[in-house]
Structures are given as structure tokens and as C-alpha cells.
Design a protein around this ligand. Structure first.
Ligand code: FVH
Length: 292
């Protein structure tokens, strides 16, 4: 397969993210064919050099590499299943958000139809695609991934996690969990101070550095504690102390007229861990309590 042939790419889906992916491929000099349910959304990328296909089958036939970025897993199946024959022998890289189970099902379907399947998770927002801030997780067919790594690197740093197609989705959703959990804390803290007419602009210069110090400064110790199971390692602020003070957050929120919904589950976990005898250990021990 010539380099030129290898560098052609088809993108299915021209939402905010699909469009950003196409722009990055075009910027990298790749001949890019696009398909979208609503064809008018292709106008911008066509003006920059993309070729629009009228059907999914036509789009798939145009390139050895087919990148999929659609609404959800159900839409991906609706779009890909009817063109299984056209996909045979090609590489599908599915960057649509989904679960590990959905990724493994897609991989099994692809294997049945002679399609090389790589699942992925985009760790960036559309304006970050193609910049040093973006990275994309991949798992599934390794040789197929490696054959197209150079093209995929146009989107951001490519991190291949292994042959199990479900791994990229697992890491993606785990990283998003970290993001949403952090957002939840930020939302709650802003809701609290706003009850006293403190503007967000006044508060965030404290919030940012505080979060960075508390999260960034503790991750290595957290990793050591989890990987060794030694939650007594380098304990600075023990769990019992934190669990004793935490109800004040919930009570003060109620007093200020703020729902404690985002904080209450944290208190329950801490209380469980203390009751189980972990009071002298680090708060990281609650990770083990999350196992079902
Ligand atoms: N945007 C982001 O910040 C995140 C970053 C991380 C990855 N996510 C995931 O990427 C997938 C697509 O997200 P998006 O931002 O491009 O989403 P939209 O702009 O809403 O575009 C949705 C595309 O899906 C097409 N579509 C929806 N329903 C159908 C359908 N029934 N049949 C065919 N296509 C469908 C839609 O087409 P149209 O509405 O333009 O005709 C768009 O192409 C997603 O999994 C994120 O979680 C983005």
C-alpha cells in the first residue's frame, strides 16, 4: 500500500467534533472524504478541500481508514451495519463516546465482517484538536492502529492501550469521571459563596490554585497508596479528622440554602470508611469502598 493511499481518510459525522477532526486531517495534507446525515454541514470543510460523499457507502469506499464520530453507539451501529460489505478490509476507528461493552460488541461485529476495528476516546474539546493539548486513546486491532498512527497523530498524541477494544472507552470514561467529579466540587463551592453575593470572578483566583495544589500535589502519593494498599503511607490529614469536619460543609450548605446533593455521597463514603476502622488512614481508602 503506497503512502499516498494510506494517507486518505474518511470521516463519518460532521458535528462539532467531527468537523474539528476533518480540519486537522486537511491541515495535515490528507485527502479527506466526509459524510454527514445533514449534508449542509459539510460546506465549510468542502471549502477547505474535503470531498463530500452522498452516501455512507461512497464515503467508506473512498479511504482505507474510516474515522467515525457520531452522537452515540446506537447511531454508529445504524450507520455502519448497512455498509458492512463496503467496510470489509478497511480500518474503522470509532471515536464516538461509548462504554467498554459497546466497544467490545463493535469489535466482535467488525471481526465477523472482516473489518479491522479500533475504538477510541478523544481527550480534548473541538478547538483543542490538532494542538499539543489533545490526546486520543485507542485500543483494539494493533497492526491496523500502527498502520495509521501517523494519520491519527494529526488529531493529537495517540495513546494505544492494548488489543482489548474496551480499554480506550474505560480510560476515557474514567478520565471523564475525574473531570465531572472535579466540576461537581467547583460547582458546589461557587454555589456556596454566591449566597453571600461573592462574584465568581472574585472567587476563582482562590479556587484555581487551591484545586491545583490539592489535586496535582497529591496524585503521586495517592497512586502509591492505591498500588500498595498501604493507606497509612505518608498520611498528612487522616480520614477521621476529615470525616469529622465534612458534615460542616453539608450543614453550612443547607444553612445557606444550597442543596448538598453533590457533597452528601462523599460524607456517606467517609463515614463508612471510618466505621470500618480506617480513621487513621488516608482518605484514599474510600476508593476501595467503591467496589460493588
Ligand atoms: N464535543 C466534545 O467536546 C466532545 C469531546 C470528546 C468526544 N465527544 C464525543 O464525540 C461524539 C460527537 O460529538 P460532537 O461534539 O461532534 O456532537 P454533535 O456536534 O452533536 O454532532 C453529532 C453528530 O452525530 C450525528 N447524528 C446524530 N444523530 C444521528 C442519526 N440518527 N443518524 C446519523 N447521524 C446522526 C450528527 O449528524 P447531524 O445532526 O449533523 O445530521 C452529527 O454529525 C460524541 O459521541 C461525543 O460524546 C465530543
Amino acid at each position: 500500500m503506497s503512502t499516498q493511499h494510506n494517507s486518505r481518510v474518511t470521516v463519518l459525522g460532521l458535528g462539532a467534533m467531527g468537523t474539528a477532526l476533518v480540519e486537522a486531517f486537511l491541515a495535515g495534507g490528507h485527502a479527506t472524504t466526509v459524510w454527514n446525515r445533514t449534508p449542509g454541514k459539510a460546506d465549510g470543510v468542502v471549502a477547505r478541500g474535503a470531498v463530500v460523499a452522498e452516501t455512507v457507502a461512497e464515503a467508506v469506499a473512498a479511504s482505507p481508514l474510516v474515522v467515525v464520530c457520531l452522537w452515540d453507539d446506537a447511531v454508529v451501529r445504524d450507520v455502519l451495519h448497512p455498509v458492512a460489505d463496503a467496510l470489509a478490509g478497511r480500518v474503522v476507528v470509532n471515536l464516538t463516546n461509548g462504554t467498554p461493552a459497546q466497544a467490545r460488541e463493535m469489535a466482535a461485529w467488525a471481526a465477523e465482517h472482516g473489518v479491522e476495528y479500533v475504538d477510541g476516546g478523544i481527550m480534548a474539546i473541538p478547538p483543542g484538536i490538532g494542538t499539543e493539548h489533545a490526546f486520543v486513546l485507542y485500543s483494539g486491532a494493533e497492526a491496523a492502529f500502527e498502520a495509521h498512527r501517523e494519520v491519527l497523530e494529526r488529531l493529537g498524541a495517540a495513546k494505544y492501550l492494548g488489543a482489548d477494544a474496551g480499554l480506550a472507552a474505560l480510560f476515557d470514561l474514567a478520565l471523564l469521571s475525574g473531570m465531572y467529579g472535579t466540576f461537581a466540587g467547583l460547582w458546589h463551592s461557587l454555589a456556596m459563596v454566591r449566597t453571600e453575593n461573592v462574584s465568581a470572578a472574585e472567587f476563582v483566583p482562590m479556587l484555581g490554585p487551591w484545586m491545583q495544589a490539592m489535586i496535582g500535589g497529591n496524585l503521586d502519593r495517592l497512586a502509591h497508596q492505591l498500588d500498595t494498599g498501604d493507606y497509612g503511607h505518608e498520611v498528612v490529614s487522616n480520614l477521621a479528622m476529615q470525616a469529622a469536619a465534612f458534615p460542616n460543609i453539608v450543614q453550612a450548605s443547607l444553612d445557606q440554602g444550597i442543596r448538598p446533593d453533590l457533597m452528601a455521597p462523599i460524607q456517606r463514603l467517609m463515614d463508612q470508611a471510618v466505621a470500618a476502622g480506617h480513621g487513621a488512614e488516608d482518605v484514599a481508602v474510600v476508593v476501595d469502598l467503591l467496589k460493588n
